[in-house]
Ligand binder design. Structure first.
Ligand code: ARG
Length: 303
C-alpha cells in the first residue's frame, strides 16, 4: 500500500483498490451474472482497468490523496473499498460481510487499516461484534451537513449495527430499511451533497424510511433520482466539495445539480455496474470529520 504521509487536514483522502482481480464469478446481487461476464471476460477486464484508472486520475486531479489496498487474486469485490469500513474522526469500524463470498476480504481490509494506523492516518481500528453484519460505507453514509449517518439495512447490513455505529462515533444514526433488491447497498440509492441536498431514489426505501428522510430533509433539499438515472447507479456519486463524480447523469439531473452550483463530472463505469457497483463503491473517504472545521474545509457548503 502506498501511504500518503503528509496528508494536510483539508485534503480529501480516499482508499481504493486496483481492479487487477476484478471480475464477476459469483452472484450476490441482481446485477451480477457470472456467465455473461465470462463470455466477454477479456474485453470487460480491460475496460474495467481503463474506467477505474480514469476515476483514480479524476480524484487525484481534484487534489485528493489516494491510498491503495493491494488487490488479491480470488477476491474480485475487494475493489469496492466503500464496503471495507465505516470511517469518521480517524476511527475505523471494520466491515463484517453478509455473504461468505466476501468474508475473506475482511482480513485484507483490516491489514490495510492497521498499516494506515501505523502511518498515523487513523487512530483506532475496531471490529464488529460477532454475528452482526455491517458492510461499511456501502450502507453507512455520513451526512456532513446534518452531522449524522444514514444507515441502510436489510439485504446486507443488520439493523443491530445501528447502536454500535452510534456509540463508537457518538453521532446520530438514522436507520433506513432497503426495499428494492437492485439497490441492496444504501450507497446505490442515497447520496448527501455538501450543500445539504440529498440525492436519493425514493422507491429504494420503505414508507417508514421515506418518512424518516422527509423528517430530516426539507422538500427543497430532496433531489429524487428517477428510474433512468437510478438504474445507471447515478446516486452512487463521489462528492469532493462542489464536484460530483458520477457514473452517469441524465440531462435532467445535470440541470438540477448545475442549477444548485455543483459541477458534474461523469465517469462511466459500465464494467463495474455488472457487479452492482459504481463510483462511490470504488472509494472510501478516510478524512471525514464530524465537526464543521478541519478536514471538511473542502466540503464547505456550495456558495
Ligand atoms: N459485487 C459487490 C457486492 O455485491 C458490489 C459492491 C458494491 N459496493 C457498494 N458499496 N455498493 O457486494
Amino acid at each position: 500500500m502506498t501511504t500518503a504521509t503528509t496528508n494536510s487536514p483539508a485534503k480529501p483522502h480516499f482508499l481504493m483498490c486496483r481492479p487487477e482481480h476484478f471480475s464477476v464469478i459469483y452472484s450476490i446481487n441482481p446485477w451480477m451474472n457470472p456467465g455473461g461476464w465470462a463470455r466477454e471476460q477479456a474485453s470487460l477486464a480491460a475496460s474495467s482497468h481503463r474506467q477505474w484508472a480514469r476515476l483514480h486520475r479524476t480524484l487525484l486531479d481534484l487534489g485528493a490523496d489516494v491510498d491503495l489496498v493491494p488487490p488479491v487474486d480470488g477476491l474480485p469485490d475487494l475493489v469496492f473499498t466503500a464496503n471495507a469500513a465505516v470511517v469518521l474522526d480517524r476511527k475505523v469500524l471494520l466491515a463484517r460481510f453478509r455473504h461468505p463470498e466476501r468474508q475473506a476480504e475482511e482480513a485484507h481490509f483490516e491489514a490495510a487499516f492497521r498499516r494506515l494506523q501505523a502511518h498515523g492516518a487513523v487512530d483506532s481500528v475496531t471490529r464488529m461484534p460477532d454475528g452482526i453484519t455491517l458492510e461499511g460505507a456501502g450502507d453507512c453514509v455520513f451526512d456532513q451537513a446534518r452531522g449524522l449517518f444514514w444507515m441502510g439495512h436489510g439485504p446486507r447490513t443488520d439493523q443491530r449495527a445501528r447502536p454500535i455505529v452510534a456509540d463508537l462515533f457518538a453521532t446520530d444514526v438514522v436507520a433506513l430499511e432497503l426495499a428494492d433488491p437492485r439497490f441492496y447497498h444504501m450507497d446505490t440509492a442515497l447520496c448527501p451533497l455538501t450543500g445539504g441536498e440529498l440525492l436519493y431514489i425514493p422507491g429504494a426505501f420503505t414508507d417508514i424510511g421515506r418518512a424518516a428522510i422527509a423528517a430530516r430533509v426539507a422538500p427543497e433539499q430532496r433531489i429524487a433520482v428517477d428510474e433512468k438515472d437510478a438504474v445507471r447507479l447515478a446516486a452512487n456519486t463521489v462528492c469532493v466539495g462542489d464536484v460530483l463524480v458520477m457514473p452517469a447523469c441524465s440531462p435532467r439531473l445535470r440541470a438540477i445539480l448545475t442549477e444548485r452550483g455543483y459541477r458534474v463530472e461523469v465517469n462511466p463505469l459500465p464494467a463495474f455496474l455488472r457487479s452492482g457497483g459504481a463510483a462511490f463503491c470504488l472509494t472510501l473517504r478516510l478524512d471525514r470529520r464530524s465537526g464543521s472545521v478541519g478536514a471538511e474545509q473542502d466540503d464547505a457548503a456550495v456558495a
